[in-house]
Design a protein around this ligand. Structure first.
Ligand code: DQQ
Length: 543
């Protein structure tokens, strides 16, 4: 029964950092340094469940193949006795990287701590030293709660040349990204106002703050000169998901000002609508892009995790940028992932009438990359959009099921399907007419993903606004990596990471994959490409 976990750990993965023996792979400090990508991540060496966290460390030259190094930070001091929690890495003006992380003491009170590489000319950054000045920021000052004060962002410099960071916190009972300033990155003082705060929740974890130019896929380094047209993005982790706001950074007031203040946090924009949390982004100086990395936990039981001996994976690293009107982020798997593609299958002009299923053959269905474009014949039959659905998209995906015909949709992909369809995961769209454009619902429905019991199998969903009259086509890219099904809809407007455990993974017998339409209106698959994906080298240990 548990064999699939072991198989997953041995045979997965496209390009994920997983560890066969332990768990909890929340990304902490991603970084590009001296020709190598570094991923530091929350890691419990003794158990598959969250516990005594350390900073594990893997490096890669290409974001695909990974070498595991010795841990970067262990629990060695009273201030991190209960764990070296999340944080980030900043490259200082002299070129030296510095880690800022949250130390949790024996009663889990939190403080921000610093570490430097023992030898910063080593591109592997193998050894880190914690100076005696630690902790460098304590939860002092009005309004703070000592056990709700964590996850410092990457630093940036302001017009006065001083360093700034934001720290996730509860401030006077509400959530905040606190702002701290420093001349030297070691002595910090709290600015008398937060970078941003909101009374619609009580605590933000893992804040992330960056600049982006609308419509430009290149990334920006927050410490460099930021062009006038740039917008800023504040991401925060709460309610088991990663949400964000787009706005401007008012340099004079030293504050983030969102373009729209939305009181109801159910309506905040989301990085991903599935199993994706505590993401961190970084500026990749090698390719001039911004990359975001999130953590996908298991959705089987903790006893399953104990039996398989590991838990938690990284989602694929994604390039992230702002759409041209600056209203939302777009994401796409980093181009390096495509180096694993082989055996391309290519189809054009497949008409899918109501009830049609087109089987995609010739691809390793357990480890695949599929890109597909759907072109509706007409948009006349699209049903009307009801804005109240935005409050609970999972509920709407349960009701607007893949088997429930609508005017335009559901159409999409069925993956990891057994011969008799008793097990399958459906990733699909439904098109609604709204006031100006169309509202597109994308669902990743796990409810029939496995015959096993005890799994968390929701129907994830998110909406995006789309000018279908102009664009004509809706695209879907889904990467299947055994227990991971990661989907990008509308060119990366809605992303859904999902974890599934079909029985097919246990005996490795393969599964079926189909394009389908179950809506009244016929849709044309104008383009369908599928590839089997090679295994990347992961967790190779460097001696
Ligand atoms: N988990 C970390 C914290 C972070 C939370 C500890 C997010 O630093 O706030 O591993 O999952």
């Amino acid at each position: 029964m548990y064999a699939f976990g072991l198989i997953t750990s041995i045979k997965s993965t496209i390009t994920r950092v997983v560890d066969k023996c332990n768990g909890w792979l929340q990304s902490s400090g991603p970084l590009y340094y001296k020709g190598l990508y570094h991923l530091f991540y929350q890691y419990n060496p003794g158990s598959v469940v969250p516990g005594n966290k350390t900073w594990a460390h893997s490096v890669s030259a290409d974001l695909v193949n990974w070498l595991r190094l010795e841990s970067a930070l262990d629990r060695t001091e009273p201030y991190d006795a209960k764990g070296c929690w999340s944080g980030s890495v900043t490259v200082l003006a002299d070129g030296r990287p510095a880690i800022l992380y949250t130390g949790a003491d024996d009663v889990k009170n939190q403080a921000q701590c610093i570490a430097f590489p023992s030898n910063s000319s080593d591109p592997y950054l193998r050894e880190w030293t914690k100076p005696s000045s630690n902790p460098v920021i304590r939860p002092d000052g009005p309004g703070l709660t000592p056990n709700q004060f964590r996850d410092p962002t990457t630093g940036w410099t302001g017009p006065d040349g001083q360093w700034r960071i934001a720290v996730g916190a509860e401030l006077d009972g509400y959530s905040a990204a606190l702002l701290y300033k420093s001349e030297d990155f070691v002595s910090w003082s709290r600015v008398d106002h937060p970078l941003y705060s909101s009374n619609s929740s009580t605590m933000w974890e893992c804040p992330d703050f960056f600049a982006a130019l609308p419509g430009n896929t290149s990334g920006l380094d927050l410490s460099a000169a930021i062009p006038n047209r740039a917008k800023h993005v504040l991401k925060m982790s709460l309610d088991s998901c990663d949400k964000y706001m787009v706005g401007v950074y008012d340099l004079e007031a030293d504050k983030f000002v969102p373009d729209n203040v939305v009181d109801d946090r159910r309506l905040w924009l989301r990085i991903d609508y599935g199993n994706y949390y505590a993401s961190k982004s970084f500026f990749d100086a090698k390719k001039g892009r911004r990359i975001i990395w999130g953590w996908a936990n298991e959705s089987d039981s903790s006893s399953d995790d104990a039996a398989k001996g590991w838990a938690g994976i990284q989602a694929l690293p994604r390039t992230i940028w702002l759409d041209s009107d600056g209203s939302q982020l777009l994401q796409w798997p980093v181009e390096e992932v495509e180096s694993l593609r082989r055996n391309e299958t290519n189809h054009q002009g497949i008409e899918l009438k109501k009830g049609d299923m087109f089987e995609i053959k010739g691809t390793d269905t357990l480890q695949a990359d599929v890109e597909i474009e759907f072109e509706p014949g007409t948009m006349d039959e699209a049903d009307a959009f009801d804005p109240s659905w935005l409050l609970n998209t999972e509920k709407h995906c349960r009701e607007a099921d893949a088997s429930a015909p609508g005017g335009l949709g559901p159409f999409g992909l069925v993956v990891l399907a057994s011969d008799d369809m008793e097990e399958h995961t459906a990733v699909h769209f439904r098109v609604y007419k709204s006031k100006h454009k169309h509202m597109i619902l994308m669902c990743s429905d796990l409810r029939r993903s496995s015959l096993r019991s005890g799994l968390y199998t929701p129907a994830y969903g998110g909406f995006f606004e789309f000018d279908l009259e102009k664009e004509k086509k809706i695209s879907l890219r889904t990467l299947i990596d055994r227990s991971a099904v990661e989907s990008f809809g509308g060119g990366g407007r809605v992303c859904i990471m999902a974890r599934v455990y079909p029985v097919a993974l246990v005996d490795d017998r393969g599964a079926h994959m189909y394009a389908f339409n179950n809506g009244t209106t016929a849709v044309m698959v104008s383009q369908l490409k599928a590839w089997s994906m090679k295994r990347a080298q992961v967790n190779v240990k460097k001696g």
